[in-house]
Design a protein around this ligand. Structure first.
Ligand SMILES: *Cc1c(COP(=O)(O)O)cnc(C)c1O
Length: 253
């Protein structure tokens, strides 16, 4: 079985190739390591291989795991641990309940799944309380699957207008999760649609440059369609084991 470092090298090469194919600069595509349901030790291993951007789905799970990783993810106020380019960042990429917005604003460097003005307003209040501007992405629901989250395209304009009035949030782009498929191509029309929406609203909201789209099975297609952040879990860390216990997840070695 390949190590995390080997997987990372392979994925980076695939990203570089997709960038060359589509005439894009590699520096314009961030690789997010999606570490949900993988232990803290796997995150440390990825960090040692040079990975700095991570994505987690649950507030609670990250709160527990980060306790054994505080040297890699120093709190904003901490003078110890790594700083500057060495410090890792973690984004929330799973659904956020309104009773967890305060904790989420404290624990994450960005929230990539804002899909309602209610959540945005609560995050804004939390960010204001700690005197920061919190980067967010707006999650758009393009698939008709019940299980998917996000604002529907018809309400995106209204949500963006509301979020732009919140002084402590910065909407840095759009994010989507297409219907799951083993193949990459079925995702293409969803990625294209997200990009079209971004292009439509960018003139009015100049910070809305980002497009978080593409996962293990389809990130090269995501890059071809303009993704600025691919969220890769399985291809980097292996299959998730949903029977893993809390203590196994927070084990640090
Ligand atoms: C789990 C997850 C990913 C990573 O999926 P893989 O197929 O394992 O790469 C990316 N984005 C979101 C929102 C996820 O929940």
């Amino acid at each position: 079985m390949a190590t995390i470092a080997e997987n990372l090298a392979r994925i980076r090469e695939q990203i570089a190739e997709a960038c060359r194919r589509s005439g894009r600069a590699e520096a314009d595509v961030a690789l997010m390591a999606v570490s949900k349901m993988h232990p803290a030790a796997a995150i440390r291993e990825a960090w040692q291989a040079g990975q700095r951007l991570f994505g987690e789905n649950r507030v609670q799970e990250w709160q527990e795991k980060q306790q054994s990783l505080t040297d890699l993810f120093p709190p904003a106020t901490s003078a110890t641990g790594h700083s500057g380019a060495e410090a890792a960042k973690v984004h929330l990429i799973g659904p956020l309940q309104s009773n967890k917005t305060n904790r989420a604003a404290e624990l994450f460097d960005a929230i990539d799944t804002v899909d309602s003005l209610k959540i945005a307003t609560r995050l804004n209040t939390a960010a204001q309380a700690v005197g920061m501007r919190l980067p967010v992405l707006i999650e758009v629901k393009l698939s008709h699957e019940e299980s998917k989250h996000g604002v529907v395209p018809g309400e995106l304009g209204c949500l963006l207008e509301g979020v732009s009035a919140l002084a402590n949030l910065v909407a840095g782009g759009l994010m989507t999760v297409p219907p799951w498929s083993e193949q990459a191509e079925p995702a293409r029309p969803y990625f294209r649609e997200l990009r079209r929406l971004r292009d439509e609203f960018l003139p009015r909201y100049p910070t809305l440059t980002g497009l978080s789209m593409g996962m293990s099975n389809d990130f090269t297609v995501g890059i071809e369609e303009g993704s600025t952040c691919v969220r890769v879990g399985t291809a980097l860390f292996g299959k998730r084991d949903y029977s893993m216990s809390k203590s196994q997840l927070i084990e640090s070695n």
